[in-house]
Structures are given as structure tokens and as C-alpha cells.
Write a protein that binds this ligand. Structure first.
Ligand SMILES: C[S@@+](CC[C@H](N)C(=O)[O-])C[C@H]1O[C@@H](n2cnc3c(N)ncnc32)[C@H](O)[C@@H]1O
Length: 263
């Protein structure tokens, strides 16, 4: 029987059929597709979350978005008095942004007073550029210098539903995540979750909307024993590691009058 199977598998159509059948019936594949679909239908999306936070400031607001792609998807819908966009134009050829730069070059120019002003402070900086932990960490470090004391750094893609979504290589699309990619952003977010001078949480929607604050009591820092941030540990401790919460719960924290609220 084994020999017959070996011979049959030499015929490409049979090989493709068997491989395809095995892949589609694989429990990891089935589970991954299920989790991908569940994440995609979660509401609200990042835009609503960002606009809610902006609406709480009783003053004119200033917003910065790092990584914009097509502004019709988020940037154009953001309700701030002043808005700035940064993107080197890797994924969207038209790239109609204010600064056609990588985030590193944008911040370098900002520090050097070559664009805007090195004194500028934003109410919200939305980090959604290159989804690799090292880059996201750099974006957070730079953003900390340009965020108002009561402002918020918001990060997209902090809650990858499977290890396949959390792959470091974007171009590999033969996994259950298909083209969906959260990268290793979660690792940078987790690093900052451990910082005792920062409060943080992650809204359980739209691939995990992470929020960092210097002032608002949105979540105490945590201590993690395994500093290598393995995906398996995230999977086992997701709620605690990310301080995962619903948007409704976040809204209550922000509008609570006893909680250094914005208003
Ligand atoms: C996921 S898309 C942004 C989506 C957008 N923020 C939204 O909400 O619809 C990521 C964008 O980051 C940009 N990008 C890639 N590397 C970058 C870098 N080093 N600095 C800034 N942006 C970068 C890409 O060109 C791409 O347009």
C-alpha cells in the first residue's frame, strides 16, 4: 500500500490534491482561519477608538499618524484640528502624505528642527508603520518625546490571533493568516507594558489597539519572567500580558472622574 501511494504521489495532480487536502484539513490551519475570521469582524475599528479619545480633549487637538498607506482607510476620517501623516510609500504608490519619509527620518528631521518644530507635542500619535518589534520600539521611544503629558500613543496590531499573524516575514502568505500581518508589534508593546512609568492597555478589537499613557490610569505595568517574549507565552497569558479589555471598559476608565480623566 505504501509503495502504491509513493508511486501515485509521483503524478503532480495527485500530489497537489493530497498536499492541498492535508493542508486544508490540518487542525492548525482550520483553527488559524477561524481566529482570523473572528478578528476581522470585531468592532470598533481603530478610527472610532482614536476619534473617541480625541473627542475627550477639551482643546484643539494635534494628531500624528506613522504608516498611513491609503489615507481613505483611516487618516482622512480622523477628527483632529491639526493632522500630520508620515509614510515612505512602500505599500501605496500614490502616497499622499505630509512627510514621505520613514519614521526614523521623520523623527530625525523633527529633532533637528528641519520640519514642523522640535517643540511640537501631539495629543495622539498613532504608530502603524513597519510591524517589526525593533522598529515599533524605536517609534515608541521617539513618540514619547513628542507626546503631550496627557496624550496617548496608540499602536495598531498588538493582538495577533495566531502565531502565523505574528510572523516576522510579511511576504509569506501560505499560512492560515494568508495576507493578514500583525508582525512582531506585540513584542514592543509588551516591553512597554513592563515599564513602571507607563500605564497601558489593549482594546480587544481590530487586531489589538494598544494604548500607552504617561498619566491616565488605564493599566498598571506588569512583570514578565521570560524576557524573550515567546508567542506561546502571549497565547497563554494574553489577557494579562496585553491588559486586554473591551472598548466599553476603556471608555469607562477614560471618562471616570476620579481617574485623572482628560476633561
Ligand atoms: C498597515 S499600513 C498603515 C495603515 C493605516 N495606518 C491605516 O490605519 O489604515 C503600514 C504602512 O507603513 C508604511 N511603512 C513601512 N515602513 C515604514 C517606516 N519605516 N516608517 C513609516 N512607515 C512605514 C508602509 O508604507 C505602509 O503604508
Amino acid at each position: 500500500m505504501k509503495r502504491i501511494k509513493k508511486i501515485l504521489l509521483k503524478f503532480k495532480p495527485i500530489l497537489y490534491y493530497m498536499k492541498g487536502k492535508n493542508l486544508l484539513n490540518d487542525p492548525y490551519y482550520i483553527d488559524g482561519r477561524k481566529k482570523d475570521k473572528l478578528e476581522r469582524i470585531k468592532k470598533p475599528i481603530r478610527t472610532e477608538i482614536i476619534n473617541f479619545i480625541l473627542s475627550q480633549f477639551k482643546r484643539e487637538t494635534c494628531y500624528l499618524e506613522i504608516g498611513v498607506r491609503n489615507p481613505a482607510h483611516n487618516f482622512n476620517h480622523i477628527k483632529a484640528n491639526l493632522k500630520y501623516s508620515v509614510d515612505p510609500g512602500i505599500e501605496f504608490e500614490e502616497n499622499p502624505v505630509d512627510f514621505k519619509l520613514t519614521s526614523d527620518d521623520f523623527f530625525k528631521n523633527l529633532y533637528d528642527n528641519k520640519i514642523l518644530s522640535s517643540e511640537i507635542k501631539f495629543d495622539i500619535i498613532f504608530i502603524d508603520g513597519l510591524h517589526l518589534a525593533d522598529q515599533v520600539d524605536k517609534d515608541i521611544i521617539n513618540s514619547m518625546n513628542f507626546i503631550k503629558d496627557d496624550g496617548f500613543i496608540v499602536l495598531h496590531d498588538c493582538n495577533p490571533p495566531t502565531e502565523w499573524h505574528a510572523r516576522s516575514e510579511f511576504s509569506y502568505v501560505q499560512s492560515p493568516a494568508l495576507i493578514n500581518w500583525n508582525g512582531t508589534t506585540w513584542k514592543a508593546f509588551l516591553k512597554w507594558r513592563c515599564n513602571s512609568s507607563i500605564q497601558s492597555c489593549c482594546i480587544d478589537s481590530d487586531w489589538g489597539v494598544g494604548i500607552l499613557s504617561k498619566k491616565h490610569r488605564i493599566g498598571q505595568n506588569l512583570e514578565i519572567k521570560n524576557q524573550f517574549y515567546e508567542y506561546k507565552d502571549l497565547e497563554e497569558n494574553r489577557e494579562e500580558y496585553l491588559n486586554l479589555m473591551s472598548f466599553d471598559h476603556f471608555k469607562k476608565l477614560i471618562t471616570n472622574k476620579t481617574n485623572h480623566n482628560i476633561a
